[in-house]
Design a protein around this ligand. Structure first.
Ligand code: AMP
Ligand code: MG
Length: 267
C-alpha cells in the first residue's frame, strides 16, 4: 500500500494519483470478492485483538468529495467487524453551538479510547476544505489551521493513538455518473442534494484545497493515503488492506492470562 501513502509534502501532488487505478489487485472479479472477504476476516481478528489488548487506539479519518464513497467504504470495510469497539462519527455542517467554539472543540471528544477504532466520516479537515473553498472564515484563520491540525494529531499519537487518513480519490467524471445515479434511482433520490452541484462547480478549488491539506498535514506518524476510488471493488480492497497492515504493525498480543488457570476445575 506504500504507493498510496503520503508522509510529507516533498514531491507530492494529487496529479500523481490516478482515480481509476486498479493495480493493487490483478485478478478476476470473483477472486477480488474472495480476497476482500479474507481481508475482512483478518480485520475482524485484528480488531478483536485490539479490543482484548486494550492498549492501542485507532483513528481512521475518511475524506472525499460528495459521492466519493465514504458511506460505501464504511459499510463494506467494517462489515463483519464486531460493532462493539468500532464507532463512526459523522461531521456535518457545524451547529450554532459548535460554531461558537474553536473548530477542534467538537472533534476531540470523539477520539478513540483504548481498544477502540473510530472512523471519522468527514472530520476536522472540513475546516481547511469547505471552509476555505467557500470562504467561511478569513484566510488568516484557516491558514493557521494546518499547523494546529498537525499538532492536534501529534498529541493524539503521542498519547497512544494510531492515525490513518484516507482520501477517496474520485474523478470529476465519476462524480457526474454517481450524481446522475442518485437522480435516476428513486431509492437513492434522498442522497441527492442540489447543493452538491454548487460544490461540484468549485471542483478545481476543492482539488487545490485537498492538495494543500494533504501536503501540509501528511507526517510519518499521521500519514495520508490517496486511495483510487473510481472502482468501488478496488477501493474496498485497498482501504481494508491499509487498515490490516496498520493494525498488524502494532504487534499486538492477547493479555497474559491470570496465573494458575490450568489448575482450575469448574464444578
Ligand atoms: P454529507 O456528508 O453529505 O452528509 O454532508 C455534510 C455536509 O456538511 C457537507 O456539505 C460538508 O461540507 C459539511 N460540513 C462538514 N463539516 C463542516 C464544517 N466544519 N464547516 C462547514 N461545513 C461542513
Ligand atoms: Mg452529501
Amino acid at each position: 500500500m506504500d504507493q498510496y501513502r503520503v508522509t510529507s509534502a516533498a514531491g507530492f501532488s494529487l496529479a500523481q494519483f490516478s482515480p481509476g487505478d486498479t493495480s493493487a489487485f490483478e485478478g478476476s472479479r470473483d477472486e477480488a470478492k474472495k480476497h476482500l472477504k479474507n481481508l475482512r476476516k483478518e480485520l475482524a481478528e485484528l480488531q478483536f485483538l485490539l479490543w482484548a489488548e486494550d492498549k492501542h487506539k485507532l483513528l481512521v479519518v475518511l475524506q472525499a468529495m460528495d459521492t466519493g464513497g465514504k458511506d460505501g467504504t464504511i459499510r463494506n470495510v467494517f462489515k463483519g467487524v464486531n460493532p462493539q469497539g468500532v464507532w463512526v462519527t459523522n461531521f456535518k455542517a457545524p451547529t450554532a453551538e459548535e460554531l461558537a467554539h474553536d473548530y477542534l472543540w467538537r472533534v476531540h471528544p470523539h477520539a478513540p479510547g483504548n481498544g477502540e477504532i473510530v472512523v471519522f466520516n468527514r472530520s476536522h479537515y472540513e475546516d481547511v476544505l469547505v471552509v476555505r473553498v467557500l470562504d467561511l472564515v478569513p484566510s488568516q484563520r484557516w491558514g493557521r489551521r494546518y499547523d494546529h491540525i498537525v499538532d492536534f494529531e501529534q498529541r493524539l499519537v503521542d498519547e497512544g493513538t494510531t492515525i490513518v487518513k484516507i482520501y477517496l480519490n474520485i474523478s470529476k467524471d465519476e462524480q457526474a455518473g454517481r450524481l446522475q445515479a442518485r437522480l435516476d434511482d428513486p431509492e437513492r433520490n434522498w442522497k441527492f442534494n442540489a447543493g452538491d452541484l454548487d460544490h461540484r462547480k468549485l471542483w478545481d478549488e476543492y482539488m487545490a484545497a485537498y492538495e494543500d491539506a494533504i501536503a501540509r498535514t501528511a507526517t510519518a506518524t499521521a500519514p495520508w493515503y490517496v486511495v483510487p476510488a473510481n472502482a468501488k471493488w478496488h477501493r474496498n480492497i485497498v482501504v481494508t488492506q491499509i487498515l490490516v497492515d496498520t493494525l498488524k504493525a502494532l504487534d499486538m498480543k492477547f493479555p497474559e492470562p491470570e496465573a494458575g488457570l490450568d489448575t482450575i476445575v469448574i464444578e
